[in-house]
Write a protein that binds this ligand. Sequence first.
Ligand SMILES: [Fe+2]
Ligand SMILES: [Fe+2]
Length: 273
Amino acid sequence: MTGSLLAVSDLHVSHAENRRVFDRLRPTSPDDWLIVAGDVAEMFAEVEKALRGLRDRFRRVIWAPGNHELWTHPDDPVRLRGEQRYQALVRMCRDIGVLTPEDEYPVWRGAGGPVTVVPLFQLYDYSFRVPGAHTKEEALRRAYEAGVVCTDEMLLHPDPYPSREEWCWDRIRKTERRLDALDPTLPTVLVSHWPLVRRPTDVLWFPDFAQWCGTERTADWHTRYRAVVAVYGHLHIPRTTEYDGVRFEEVSLGYPREWSRRAAEPDPIRRIL
Ligand SMILES: [Fe+2]
Ligand SMILES: [Fe+2]
């Protein structure tokens, strides 16, 4: 196999400028795989159309959900909420041949392989709190006071779980069982919308936003589960960093107002391996 393992996230194709970027996304070789680390769009049909478009261009597409796919947007005719919405997204992906966190994890055998590619859905639990905020309630109150409240509070419903953090903790338990059962001789590429460790959120312009960005419960996953690269998005701060000797790649495109400051014609796809 001669291709590359590529990744992108936060395509937010509901923005016309982002759709133009999306239309230009192409593989560099017919064997390329593309990781899509969440925030494709909000409307169910738009997510499907975009993922189908990528599936037609790349040998294999691997998707992990972002918070935007999980929103129940007031304009979306698909009214599903929470876990039911996630499961419907998974079924849609299976219908169009896109891999999800619920499928068997594929092994990349091209350049840098073999590695197990693990798409994750772990959500967040408000544990990335600003100093001085000791509980979720305190952290949320400070965010409301600062006017920095993630739209998830209005549109990302945790049903049937009582809260987003309880959904998150159940995801963590289920995912750890699968990660523990992986072939221990193979390294991994861990893929999630939210960063597995807190440090990438240290550079957020609004520190209160970190509470919607991950969970302390995944802090050691990159070392515990043999990651050679951890891919994430959500922060809209594309960059490469290293924690505990593991490369972390934030692969977001972001909103037009963000990327247009950096490039007239961005090429957001990053080579992972
Ligand atoms: Fe995003
Ligand atoms: Fe996001």
